[in-house]
Design a protein around this ligand. Structure first.
Ligand SMILES: Cc1cc2nc3c(=O)[nH]c(=O)nc-3n(C[C@H](O)[C@H](O)[C@H](O)COP(=O)(O)O)c2cc1C
Length: 174
């Protein structure tokens, strides 16, 4: 099967997720093309793709603008094949954040018209070394509000890799 992974990232965790999923799918014998939406303003070439996996992080309640623009531009091609949307956020890491994590995805789908065949809320990571003062305030007081996570502890990854691998495998087998 030929699979395209279309992703956006800001600090790198979603790229790591996209590359990990790509390695998993290649190990299963699939052909995989990774496309970073960072510089895209036009529809990516999805011809020949049997399935598409979409992955993007949430920053200040939204997925990256370039990712959303790409989704809108590729709306018809995406609607024509099975798609799995992976929405990466810190709210997804905690039970009490699930509802808000779901809201980010609902709002993104309303803006772009994306109607994925499957979706997953994926917990991201904290990377304090790449934050400026403003960003660290947002991570501390918005994304991690009420959670016992100290930015002074350095990089902390919340992504549940086995659950992600299981979801991806179920998607390609469906
Ligand atoms: C400035 C900033 C704002 C963020 N805003 C949110 C947010 O509104 N909600 C949330 O759940 N996570 C938020 N996060 C956490 C990111 O979604 C998380 O760190 C994710 O792993 C980033 O993925 P990336 O490394 O691919 O960019 C924010 C992170 C930063 C640095």
């Amino acid at each position: 099967m030929d699979i395209v992974i279309l992703y956006g990232t800001t600090e790198g965790q979603t790229r790591k997720i996209a590359e990990t999923v790509a390695a998993q799918l290649r190990d299963l014998g699939h052909g995989v093309r990774l496309i970073d939406t960072a510089d895209k303003r036009t529809a990516p070439d999805l011809s020949g793709a049997d399935r598409v996996i979409l992955a993007a992080p949430v920053h200040e309640r939204r997925h990256p603008e370039a990712f959303e623009i790409t989704l809108t531009a590729a709306k018809d091609a995406l609607a024509a094949r099975p798609t799995l949307m992976l929405s990466v956020s810190l709210k997804a890491a905690f039970p009490e954040g699930q509802e808000e994590a779901e809201d980010y995805l609902i709002e993104m789908k309303m803006r772009t018209g994306l109607d994925p065949s499957a979706e997953m809320l994926v917990a991201g990571a904290v990377r304090p070394g790449s934050y400026d003062y403003f960003q660290s305030q947002i991570v501390r007081h918005v994304a991690l509000n009420g959670q016992d996570v100290a930015l002074s502890d350095g990089v902390q990854e919340f992504t549940d890799w086995p659950a992600l691998a299981e979801r991806v495998e179920a998607f390609v087998q469906s």
